[in-house]
Design a binder for this molecule. Structure first.
Ligand SMILES: C[S@@+](CC[C@H](N)C(=O)[O-])C[C@H]1O[C@@H](n2cnc3c(N)ncnc32)[C@H](O)[C@@H]1O
Length: 200
């Protein structure tokens, strides 16, 4: 089965209990909202892989951004639709196929890159195309396994992680700030990143 189809299938099952279970391991989501709000944002923000709309809902309360979300999974978006105000536009699409009329002032990806780790370079290239010059990219994701047992568990859930993701982000964008944090005393590490799409 192709990666894209397996993600859709995985979230068909997970969507029903996603919002209850994910606070136990998708750490950093409130921090990234705080970082976004602190830049005194204006304009447009796209969340790629917005899932059930957890972050978009919080961003709508704490920022003045005009918000858009895209996601592969119709099941996750069904929940987002129920939760979000009508002015937040959401579309079911793969990141690689999304071609909006206008570029965004900011783009956010929270726990999306590590679902398809073999595509990180292609996905970063696409994100750069979606961002205005000097637009901001925010990324929150898994950084490093703390043990082989945990690696096996995450791979079983279709997730792969590696330090090369943060390295690649730092080579493609100008880093504004980053933070690497431990989860459960080091079972894994996750990172929070803010960069600027400076013109080449
Ligand atoms: C772990 S969930 C994170 C959801 C949300 N960002 C959050 O932090 O709660 C990852 C989401 O990314 C979506 N996704 C994965 N690959 C994608 C792609 N290539 N294009 C669009 N959405 C994608 C999945 O369908 C899933 O809903």
């Amino acid at each position: 089965m192709k990666k894209k189809e397996s993600i859709i299938k995985y979230y068909k099952k997970q969507s029903g209990f996603y919002d209850i279970t994910r606070p136990l391991f998708l750490f950093g989501r409130s921090v990234i909202v705080k970082w976004i709000a602190e830049t005194n944002p204006k304009g447009t923000l796209l969340e790629i892989g917005c899932g059930t709309g957890h972050i978009l809902k919080t961003l709508a309360r704490h920022t003045d951004y005009t918000l858009t979300g895209i996601d592969l999974s119709p099941d996750m978006l069904e929940i987002a639709k129920r939760k979000l105000p009508n002015e937040i536009e959401i579309y079911q699409t793969d990141l690689s196929e999304y071609s909006p009329d206008e570029k965004y002032d900011a783009v956010l990806l929270s726990y999306v890159f590590t679902l398809d780790f073999s595509q990180i370079e292609a996905h970063i290239k696409k994100v750069k195309q979606l961002l205005k010059p000097n637009g901001r990219i925010y990324v929150l994701d898994f950084h490093r396994y703390g043990s082989t047992l945990y690696k096996r568990y995450m791979n079983w859930h279709g997730i792969e992680m590696g330090e090369e993701l943060l390295t690649l982000l730092e080579s493609e964008f100008t880093t504004e700030r980053k933070s690497i944090r431990k989860a459960y005393g080091g079972v894994w590490e996750y990172f929070i990143y803010e960069g600027i799409n400076v013109r080449d």
